[in-house]
Ligand binder design. Structure first.
Ligand code: 2U9
Length: 344
């Protein structure tokens, strides 16, 4: 019986050594150490042994059982460890490998220009005001000194939704609404960026939807020179400290006097080139002193308060800044175009 046990032990230990799967070990355990296992069989035969032999065989049988159990546990740990290492190797990340490039997006060129302009005016103490794109005829026209039937209305072909509701043609209604909220008390110092709509056929320089940034300052004793100072600061910060500006007389129904601001060409420095159409100057925006009618309609005493306003088209500024020749690029979401504006 001792030999039998010895043989079982070696046989079991060999199988354990050769096993590669935990499942096999489980089977070996059951088959050797299980109730129906050979060792149990041997022990069942203990009855036939002499009283002297019984404890010897009994002890030896336990020793064999323990040896097999120990070998099983060791092999199980070994296989589990191997499985962990294999898993680690399989999942091991070679940190020296270059990472998969995470393509970083970039701001849309228009967003970048609008944020740059906003930041400039925020540093000059302006706050950003926004308002509805679907506007009433009153705030889009009448409050801006464009009464019903005024010819200048047709200058801006509008998307009317009803007799009295339209898609705003400029962001000026935001300023008119903001002034009303001040109940005739200054100061008002805002810029209003946003989408505007004009019933235009899209071409390289016109779009039925485009952006605008307008600005307004209303307070006591606001003068044209204040407007010039603010526009000069804006021009130098946006287009370079060595920029010169010039104001040319113009006309807008909602400002009197009205001007257009040109900057010295940042391509040729004023000598004349294709960018400035050989004039040396590039028109950037329109502006003027707020028309007294507009102040009064918004509840401000035009004898006590004066103001200035300006308006610019961010697309135009972005096209000048980046040398873009077609306004439609801004809206067609062509990644080949948009990817060019990745910040360095
Ligand atoms: C109020 C009073 C006055 C806003 C102004 C302009 C001049 C101007 C153009 C810029 C580019 C329109 O999109 S564009 O073609 N705008 O030149 N805008 S003054 O004047 C206001 C606005 C609101 C209450």
């Amino acid at each position: 019986m001792q030999d039998r046990l010895q043989a079982l032990k070696e046989e079991a230990l060999l199988k354990i050594q050769q096993a590669n799967e935990l499942k096999e070990l489980q089977e070996i355990k059951v088959s050797y150490l299980g109730k129906k296992g050979p060792i149990t069989e041997v022990l069942k035969g203990m009855g036939k042994l002499s009283p002297e032999e019984r404890p010897v065989i009994g002890a030896y049988a336990n020793e064999v059982r323990d040896a097999i159990t120990a070998a099983l546990d060791a092999k199980i740990r070994q296989l589990e460890q191997a499985a962990i290492e294999e898993k680690l190797n399989k999942e091991a990340i070679d940190v020296t490998l270059p990472g998969r490039p995470v393509r970083k997006g970039n701001s849309h060129p228009l967003t970048a220009v609008i944020e740059e302009i906003e930041d400039l005016f925020l540093t000059m103490g302006f706050t950003v005001a926004e308002g509805p794109e679907v506007e009433t005829d009153y705030y889009n026209f009448e409050a801006l000194n464009l009464p019903k039937g005024h010819p200048a209305r047709d200058m801006q072909d509008s998307f009317f939704i009803t007799e009295d509701i339209l898609l705003r043609t400029q962001t000026s209604p935001v300023q008119a609404r903001t002034m009303e909220k001040h109940h005739g008390r200054g100061p008002v110092k805002i810029i209003s960026p946003g989408k505007v709509y004009r019933r235009d056929d899209d071409d390289a320089t016109h779009s039925h939807q485009f952006m605008q940034i307008e600005g307004l300052v209303v307070d006591e004793n606001v003068r044209l020179s204040d407007l010039k100072g603010v526009l000069e600061t804006f021009a130098k910060k946006m287009f370079g400290e060595d920029r010169k500006i010039r104001l040319r007389p113009s006309f807008f129904p909602f400002t009197e006097p009205s001007v257009e601001m040109d900057i010295s060409c940042f391509k040729c420095g004023g000598k004349g080139c294709s960018i400035c159409k050989h004039t040396g100057w590039i028109e950037i925006l329109g502006a003027g002193m707020v028309h007294p009618n507009v102040l009064e309609m918004a509840g401000f005493d035009s004898k006590k308060y004066t103001g200035f306003a300006f308006g610019m088209g961010p697309e135009r500024i972005a096209m000048l800044k980046y040398g873009i020749d077609d306004i439609r690029h801004f809206y067609t979401n062509d990644l080949r175009f948009l990817k060019q504006f990745k910040k360095a």
